[in-house]
Design a protein around this ligand. Structure first.
Ligand code: UGA
Length: 432
């Protein structure tokens, strides 16, 4: 099939490349000329394991092409995926849909034959209705179908999530587009993915409800971890004991720092804003946002406690600063609040991240990037393991740190207390 992905950000580029790998002809469109030039030279703007190889393979065999010409690309395609950003509005907490509507207007003047227009971007309930209105101004309703097909890709695992999804959600109000899309996703359905056909509005809401629920699960276990710390219980026992109940499930029950990234913080706010419009109070999600906001303060309080409230001139090393492993994404990472706060209190911070130096910390006093684990932890009073990169999973601290008074605070529960204690260091973790 001929597909057009509008927006070559995370969602558009990964989905477009994977669709091309399934044998479709895919044009990835972006108005950013520089980006398209880079992509045409197989320079991938994001860090995602396996993506460059897959882009290169499909670009070489001409299944994947890149363009800045939206109108021509739409005309040449049967199915159009809108994959532009829906960030939180500068004022308020609702999703900024300006890019969605601008793109819809452009598509509107390029509908030369029947087209399926799909929102893959995360969009609030009723956005599809608005897109339909925009398209109907210039086109007969017989010429197009507006569908919601949310993505459930995790950064760092996106190719696997696309290839082996738990479910494919198609929200369409007509049979024709549903049949075409079932066919498009055929290769994934035959490998075991569940195909869920709903109304368009339901599909839009499934996405927000899923992300909000996962954020709730994490926040829940994080609060239970607080109780575990006070009662001498290992939170991992709780996660296992709860998770084995099939009604609960064991995933997303890892306690740690505040959840971050480009999705959970933004989507939990946006769903509340949508519910407010319909005069519905989503009090659970409101509490989740509040609890997660407070999480970095709680973990910082623990840092103060560990260092006996003497932060000034303390040498602190951060291992990992991104919001999770296998991504270079810093959006809403808890390190963004922790590092500046510790710096304000007079700590001297060195950090190492496998994805390199971060602009976010360039202007912060007494914060410097080191290009190796060894250099960052050398001479430290406290080492904070902030992100669960594999690079940090078998560090021999004994070899790297001469100062035996150095303390390790493992915010991702990578190590066992015994293992670190036998190396001669004091060790703290989360909920244990
Ligand atoms: C999330 C969802 O998992 C995807 O299904 C969804 O498609 C995506 O948002 C999106 O809406 O585009 P992502 O933000 O890439 O994916 O990352 P996650 O793996 O979900 O992690 C989010 C945050 O939760 C991270 O800060 C991570 O460290 C934290 N987390 C996750 C925990 O603290 N504990 C866990 O058990 C799992």
């Amino acid at each position: 099939m001929k597909l057009c992905m509008i927006g070559t950000g995370y969602v558009g580029l990964v989905s477009g490349t994977c669709f091309a790998d399934l044998g479709n002809n895919v044009i990835c469109v972006d108005k950013d000329k520089k980006k398209i030039k880079h992509l045409s030279n197989a320079n991938i703007p994001i860090y995602e394991p396996g993506l460059s190889e897959l882009v290169l393979k499909n670009y070489k065999n001409k299944k994947l092409t890149f363009s800045t010409n939206l109108k021509k690309s739409v005309k040449d395609s049967d199915i159009i995926f809108i994959c532009v950003g829906t960030p939180t509005k500068k004022k308020g907490s609702s999703a900024d849909l300006s890019q969605i509507y601008n793109v819809s207007k452009e598509i509107s003047s390029s509908i030369n034959k029947f087209k399926i227009i799909i929102t893959k971007s995360t969009v609030p309930v009723t956005t599809g209705d608005q897109i339909e209105k925009i398209l109907s101004k210039k086109n007969s309703k017989k010429k197009f179908s507006v569908v919601s097909n949310p993505e459930f890709l995790r950064e760092g695992e996106a190719i696997r999530d696309f290839t082996y999804p738990d479910r494919i959600v198609i929200g369409s109000n007509d049979k024709k587009s549903n049949n075409i899309l079932k066919n498009l996703y055929g290769p994934l359905i035959s490998k075991g993915a569940q195909y869920v056909h709903t109304t368009r509005r339901a599909a839009e809401l499934i996405k927000y409800a899923s992300n909000s629920f996962l954020a709730t699960k994490i926040t829940f276990i994080n609060e239970i971890a607080n109780l575990c710390e006070k009662t001498g219980i290992n939170v991992e026992d709780i996660s296992i004991g709860m998770g084995l109940d099939k009604r609960i499930g064991g995933r997303f029950l890892r306690a740690g720092p505040a959840y971050g990234g480009s999705c959970f913080p933004k989507d939990t706010k946006a769903i509340i804003s949508t519910a407010d419009k319909f005069k519905v109070n989503l009090s659970v999600i409101k509490s989740v946002i509040k609890s997660n906001k407070n999480r970095s303060n709680l973990l910082l309080d623990r840092v103060y406690e560990i260092l006996n409230k003497k932060i000034k001139n303390k040498k602190i090393a951060f291992l990992g600063v991104t919001f999770k492993a296998n991504t270079d994404d810093m959006r809403d990472s808890s390190s963004l609040s922790m590092i500046p706060t510790l710096s304000k209190k007079g700590a001297k911070i060195k950090y190492f991240d496998p994805t390199g130096l971060k602009d976010e910390f360039k202007k912060i006093k007494n914060v410097s990037y080191e290009n190796s684990i060894r250099k960052s932890v050398e001479g430290s009073d406290l080492v904070i393991i902030h992100t669960e990169w594999n690079d940090f999973k078998s560090i021999n601290f004994k070899n790297l740190i001469k100062n035996k008074k150095c303390i390790i605070y493992d915010m991702r529960n990578i190590y066992s207390a015994n293992k670190i204690k036998t190396q001669g260091f004091k060790y703290y973790s989360v909920g244990r």
